[in-house]
Design a protein around this ligand. Structure first.
Ligand code: AMP
Length: 453
């Protein structure tokens, strides 16, 4: 299968070929023809599958084929993304693939001044890529008109719902014409997503390139059971001994990101943190330094790392497991992209046994457990509940915004999770086999079970 045979126009073929694409990826092969036909589409695609080009190339072609209104340019395509980074990346793709077409695009997202965005919108664009919160800010200021949208794309829809954007999305849906083409992409399919798709899509073409809720292909996964307080040392050791040149590390909270990055710097590693509490400038700089190799370790929260496209990223480390098992899939999807090999390492302390069990159940894989010498977990340490921490990125409100009341109540307790609490020996300590606090087996047994993996 070639790009030519998909029926794309020469300007797009030229741009794809200049980008170095010789053959379409499976999602592109499946998505491009129905989008060109004008059909709605529901795409189940993991990160790194080439889905951005999968919808951007035919979307650009459709815009060239439909007649623009005379006079000022109007927004004819709206792409909604969960994060600023993804919005920026999609915009870059739109520009790359559309470089030989007379179409204009821009992006609007929070964390930066709204004024230049207003100016660009006023100048007129055909394609707008937006995060829902900032888009509604523009709606409130009457600086955006969505009444002429012909194509609506919801990218990483599952993530937008996870981040609490459902109300914003529904508001946006009221502002776009009923008659339009809608494309919805999601890595996972919760009932909420299916519900949204049911309301939104008209006889959609369903395509799926990887099995739902399975971990990214080509990613080797391993769990290193280790006590919480030894995680940082182990991480430094793994990076140093493995001579890892570029590693993306996930922590659960902004505060943990900052602390870990600082500690790694003290260990002599070039590290930086990226999270929603940093200015957009700082985030862009950290990412650029990471991409160029200046920064070796990038420590990120789930939200900040969402949508990062770093080609050939070889290592992802879960310094702390995510609360939401689906986030594990998104995290490890940062590596093993576009056909490259990748390794996802999880440092799992006794407190996280339940989280690990949930992840393994979701991905239907018993992730190999390998205990590293000198980092054997202390079987006398009992599991403690993991609190969200003061700086935890919430999953409600406008993406980087408000907290759920339950999370607010938990504020201030973030320190606890970093330290296992040493207590007298107990045969019931849970040893990473997915048993929560009181149901575990003994630590020695865990080690025996782990060593075969
Ligand atoms: P995405 O899933 O859209 O984030 O894309 C993941 C990566 O695959 C990006 O770095 C793209 O540039 C790359 N990519 C997309 N389509 C192709 C293709 N047909 N051939 C090779 N690489 C591609």
């Amino acid at each position: 299968m070639s790009f030519e045979s998909l029926g794309l126009r020469t300007e797009l073929l030229r741009a794809a070929s200049e980008k170095g694409y010789s053959t379409p990826t499976p999602i592109q092969t499946q998505a491009i023809p129905p989008i060109l036909e004008g059909r709605d589409l529901m795409g189940g695609a993991q990160t790194g599958t080439g889905k951005t080009a999968g919808f951007t190339l035919p979307m650009l072609q459709r815009l060239m084929e439909s007649k623009p209104q005379k006079g000022r340019r109007v927004i004819r395509t709206l792409v909604l993304t969960p994060t600023r980074e993804l919005a920026a990346q999609v915009t870059e793709s739109v520009r790359t693939y559309g470089k030989y077409l007379p179409l204009r695009s821009t992006s609007v997202f929070g964390g930066v001044s709204i004024r230049p965005q207003i100016k660009k919108l006023r100048d007129g664009v055909d394609i707008l890529v937006a995060t829902p919160g900032r888009l509604l800010d523009h709606v409130g200021q009457n600086t955006v008109d969505l009444s002429k949208v012909e194509i609506l794309v919801l990218d990483e829809a599952d993530r937008m719902l996870d981040m609490g954007f459902i109300h914003d999305i529904r508001k946006v849906l009221k502002l776009v014409p009923k008659q339009k083409q809608t494309l919805l992409f999601s890595a996972t399919f919760s009932n909420e997503i299916k519900h949204l798709a049911g309301d939104l899509l008209h006889e959609p073409e369903l395509i799926e390139v990887a099995q739902r809720n399975t971990a990214a292909e080509r990613v080797t996964q391993v769990v290193h059971p280790v006590d919480a307080k030894k995680k940082r040392k182990l991480l430094s050791k793994l990076i140093g001994a493995g001579n890892w040149k570029q590693v993306l590390v996930f922590a659960r909270t902004k505060r943990n990101c900052d602390r870990l990055a600082l500690a790694l710097v003290k260990d002599g590693l070039d590290a930086a943190a990226i999270h929603g509490g940093k200015s957009q400038g700082a985030r862009t700089k950290a990412l650029a330094h990471f991409k160029s190799g200046k920064v070796r370790v990038l420590v990120a929260t789930d939200i900040a790392a969402r949508g990062l496209d770093i080609s050939q990223l070889p290592h992802v480390v879960n310094y702390e497991l995510p609360h939401v098992p689906e986030d594990y899939i998104h995290r490890i999807g940062r590596t093993g992209r576009a056909g490259h090999e990748g390794e996802a390492v999880s440092l799992v302390c006794i407190d996280e046994a339940k989280l690990l069990k949930d992840i393994e159940r979701l991905i239907k894989i018993d992730i190999p457990k390998v205990i590293i010498e000198n980092f054997e977990p202390d079987p006398t340490i009992k599991a403690q509940p993991i609190t969200m921490g003061r700086q935890q990125q919430p999953r409600r409100g406008k993406g980087q915004g408000a907290k759920k009341p339950s999370q607010r109540r938990q504020s201030g307790s973030g320190k606890k999770q970093a330290n296992g609490n040493k207590k007298k020996p107990s045969p019931s300590s849970s040893p990473y086999k997915g048993r929560s606090n009181n149901q575990g087996r003994s630590g020695n047994r865990a080690r025996q079970q782990s060593s075969h993996a």
